[in-house]
Design a protein around this ligand. Structure first.
Ligand code: HEC
Length: 151
């Protein structure tokens, strides 16, 4: 009798532990989705800042800093896709089924940010404009394959 109660208690405790574990995982995944969406918002803000400098022929030093920030955000972004974090997200299942393709699209964007940094560092506004256009294409190329259309 006593032994059975003990077993029941242990099983009960295990079940409770699993439930708590499940909730923790669900919360962590909601957080990670939010975090990557915030990351992309910050990315878009840096792109707008660069566009502003190009349009106003402003200080290209600010563009060097923005390009570095873009790269930092990109490196962090691809680490925010743990398996199963697809709820309340625009990330398509292809992110997980084609992770190498997703990482390659991200590397492509990184290369474009590097080009922006080099062009801005050399003070060449026309080259900054061209590299900025490439970066925009890199955003679009990834969204095309890996992000659901906004509607
Ligand atoms: C490697 C792929 C990839 C690249 C490169 C990329 N994005 Fe995205 N982006 C995504 C994915 C995936 C989502 C959807 C994230 C989610 O909802 O979980 C997204 C979402 C967004 C969002 C919506 C964020 C929100 O509020 O939910 C914006 C804005 C955005 N991206 C802008 C950009 C810009 C600007 C660039 C280029 C400078 C860029 N992205 C480059 C994959 C990418």
């Amino acid at each position: 009798m006593k032994k059975q109660t003990l077993v029941g208690t242990v099983i009960g405790a295990l079940a409770a532990g699993l439930m708590i574990g499940g909730t923790t995982i669900a919360l962590a995944q909601a957080d990670v989705v939010k975090e990557r969406q915030e990351n992309r918002k910050a990315t878009a803000a840096q792109m707008r800042a660069i566009k502003g400098v190009i349009d106003s022929k402003g200080d290209l030093k600010a563009v060097v800093a923005s390009a570095a920030k873009l790269k930092e955000l990109e490196v962090a972004f691809v680490k925010l896709f743990p398996a199963g974090s697809d709820k309340d997200s625009k990330a398509l299942p292809t992110v997980w089924s084609d992770m190498p393709g997703f990482l390659a699209a991200s590397k492509n964007a990184e290369a474009a940010y590097d080009k922006i940094a080099v062009a801005a560092g050399s003070g060449d506004l026309a080259a900054v404009g061209a590299a900025f256009a490439d970066a925009g294409k890199a955003c679009g190329a990834c969204h095309e394959k890996f992000r659901a259309k906004a509607n």
